[in-house]
Design a protein around this ligand. Structure first.
Ligand SMILES: C[S@@+](CC[C@H](N)C(=O)[O-])C[C@H]1O[C@@H](n2cnc3c(N)ncnc32)[C@H](O)[C@@H]1O
Length: 281
């Protein structure tokens, strides 16, 4: 699959990326985002950053690395937005949505009957398909009518948060979405679609780096953090899972990505399904 952040520039090697410069990029990536880049990612990173070098009219990665260190305030966000991997889709890993509907929501309907509130966090939400899928699923559950449901959707990449907030998707993004959700999908101009504003209303999009302090006063019933920690090293994963445990209610749920695991990283959760975890009381 072509990397959408690279395009055809990938095939033109106009700048040299030395091992020393790549080492600087790896260190800054780890420090600022938690993303741990192996040497095998050198070509990918070259492809993602060479557009910035062109825009800045630099002739080498050495110049760019110096600029990154001396003009951090100006360049950090652009650097971060360029290096993140944002692959996502509506109802990605459908088994999670089935589990949510068949197990988690019926439990919460009983557990939270006194407050009629549900709080969900989509951490690392990319361009928004994940939180919109959760919102559509919850909207069509009759027993939740009138409930106060809020979904916080965060990512450290400000470009993807803008895209999610804009709520405009190419038509082909909804191919394969179950017909029962089509009533929440509105056709727009130029072969685009958007999600029903009433569904969007349940979601708040924010830029948040998972390595920073989390500004939450209350805990979440459910956290989705899928296909995010896979880019982090073990220590960062361990630290994050421990923070999730503190920010999830007792008997709340954590959903992680298909190639991720809590095995040997956290004892705060019990595995209850395929990459679905229940927080121990
Ligand atoms: C592959 S996408 C996953 C999107 C969605 N959760 C899914 O599974 O379809 C990973 C997302 O994690 C975000 N991410 C990476 N490091 C992060 C960090 N330190 N804080 C917050 N988000 C981060 C990236 O910007 C990217 O959008």
């Amino acid at each position: 699959m072509l990397d959408s952040k690279v395009g055809f520039d990938q095939f033109k090697r106009d700048f040299e990326l030395s091992d020393d410069d790549f080492k600087i990029i790896k260190e800054l990536s780890l420090k600022w985002t938690g993303i741990s880049l192996s040497n095998s990612k050198k070509t990918m990173i070259y492809g993602r950053l060479n557009k910035r070098l062109r825009e800045l009219e630099f002739s080498s990665f050495s110049q760019y690395c110096i600029y990154l260190k001396t003009h951090t305030d100006k360049e950090k966000t652009k650097f971060i937005n360029a290096i993140t991997t944002n692959l996502t889709s509506f109802f990605r890993e459908m088994h999670h949505f089935s589990y949510l509907e068949s197990h988690v929501i019926p439990e919460l309907i009983e557990k939270n009957a006194h407050t009629r509130k549900i709080r969900i966090w989509s951490a690392g939400c990319s361009t928004g398909e994940e939180p919109y899928s959760i919102a559509m699923l919850l909207t069509q559950i009759p027993a939740l009518a009138g409930w106060d449901i809020k979904i916080l959707a965060t990512d450290l990449d400000s470009d993807v948060i803008k895209k999610a907030e804009s709520n405009v998707y190419a038509c082909d993004r909804i191919q394969g979405v179950d017909s029962k959700f089509k009533r929440y999908i509105i056709e727009g101009e130029n072969e685009t679609v958007s999600i029903d504003p009433n569904v969007k209303n349940m979601i708040r999009f924010r830029v948040l780096n998972l390595l920073d302090t989390w500004p939450f006063k209350n805990t979440f019933d459910i956290v989705f953090c899928r296909n995010v920690v896979i880019y982090f090293d073990k220590n960062t994963q361990e630290m994050l899972f421990s923070r999730y445990a503190k920010n999830i209610s007792n008997s709340g749920y954590l959903f992680i990505g298909h190639s991720e695991t809590l095995n040997k990283l956290s004892t705060d959760f019990s595995s209850v399904g395929r990459t679905v975890y229940l927080k121990r009381s």
